[in-house]
Design a protein around this ligand. Structure first.
Ligand SMILES: [Zn+2]
Length: 379
């Protein structure tokens, strides 16, 4: 007997799998044990892959007619923290056609739907055209180490990553680049400011120059993603009011489009700083190496996984046209490993990480059917 997709989802939500990099988070251990025994109970071969001590990816294999072709289904097992939640995070509640709880949307719904699809195909005795690998991975919500480990040596012909996409086939997502710019000035008594170099004043020039540059970004949009964006999110400088500040730093979050590289983007910002330096000889500014680099995802719209997924979605009565999302996921890492990858899952990113997290139950059930049909039709 296969449990309903809804009861698999309830079981998953009931298990606290807050990423252990967040305060009080136990990590994925208990969910990993649940996923592993689910596949064992259904006679599906399953193995574990150690990512960190006590934090393993769980990888199930379903043989296909063609052992040389492989489809990877991937979903993360961790969640963000429960801080600020206004519902019980680990008591899965059903009301108004929705399932509530931490991870119900991001991304235990997609994981439950993928697990159900595999179990159903196994029970039916039908052998899918290609080998199917279902990877339930750790650490998507912090540093993506689970998928990086998975991709190490992985060969596959297509990938589907579960994230809430409101039942759209997502072929493009923005990348993220985060780094710091630091200005060094010269300290002096505030009664004699001409003896110092004010790092805060210099940084103000830089922030305004960036703002001007960001307006230009809006002029060039990607058809599915819109324009790249940039946000100066943090500024720190100065020690106390009667000192000339000798240091000021900003932190920048730049969302990248397909085709942009971190090196190319950083070179552009360096040229802005160089231009300011020619106007202000005493400007001492440097860019630190990035804190985060995640390049964008763009899968060809005529890739066979996109064609297969769009057809299945249309058969189920949904919009099958390819879409884009602004958020990062594991998909860009599979794509960089040479695997044409789409993102697909029930629910909306607006409810992910939210104080009240929920997913529409009907979408979870339809997503299971979507994954099942794609597995059976992808050749
Ligand atoms: Zn997610």
């Amino acid at each position: 007997m296969i449990k309903s997709v809804l009861s698999i989802l309830s079981d998953l939500v009931r298990i606290n799998s807050v990423n252990s990099s967040y305060e009080g988070g136990p990590g994925e251990g208990e969910v990993a044990r649940y996923v592993k025994s689910f596949f064992e109970e259904h006679g599906i071969e399953v193995e574990e892959q150690i990512v960190f001590p006590g934090r393993n990816n769980v990888i199930a294999h379903l043989p296909g007619c063609d052992p040389n072709r492989r489809l990877v289904l991937e979903a993360h097992m961790d969640t963000v923290s429960v801080k600020g939640m206004t519902i019980s995070p680990f008591e899965p509640t059903v009301a108004d056609g929705k399932m509530y709880g931490r991870g119900s949307c991001d991304t235990k719904a997609g994981l439950a739907a993928m697990m159900h699809a595999l179990a159903e195909i196994k029970a039916s005795g039908v052998v899918p055209p290609c080998e199917v690998v279902l990877a339930a991975v750790v650490d998507e919500e912090f540093s993506f180490r689970g998928v990086v480990k998975l991709c190490n040596g992985l060969e596959a012909d297509a990938g589907i990553v579960a994230e809430p996409t409101e039942m759209r086939v997502v072929v493009a997502s923005k990348g993220t680049l985060r780094w710091r710019i630091v200005v060094r000035g010269k300290a002096a008594h505030s009664a004699k400011p001409h003896l110092g170099i004010n790092a805060v004043s210099h940084m103000a020039r830089i922030v305004l120059a960036l703002e001007k540059d960001h307006a230009d970004l809006a002029a060039h949009g990607h058809p599915l993603l819109g324009p790249a964006t940039c946000n100066v999110g943090v500024i720190r400088g100065g020690v106390q009011v009667n000192f000339v500040p000798d240091e000021c730093a900003i932190e920048i979050d730049r969302r990248m489009l397909p085709g942009e590289t971190a090196a190319g983007v950083l070179a552009h910002y360096q040229s802005i700083l160089d231009a300011l330096h020619t106007l202000h000889a005493d400007l001492d500014v440097s860019m630190e190496s990035p804190m985060l680099v995640d390049e964008a995802l763009e899968t060809e719209q005529d890739a066979s996984i996109v064609v297969a997924a769009s057809r299945v979605l249309m058969d189920l009565g949904f919009d099958g046209s390819p879409a884009g999302v602004p958020f990062c996921s594991d998909a860009s890492k599979l794509s960089r490993a040479g695997i044409p990858t789409i993102i697909f899952g029930p629910g909306s990113i607006d409810q992910a990480h939210a104080a009240v997290e929920w997913v529409p139950i009907s979408e979870v059930e339809q997503a299971a059917e979507f994954y099942r049909r794609v597995i059976l039709s992808f050749e």
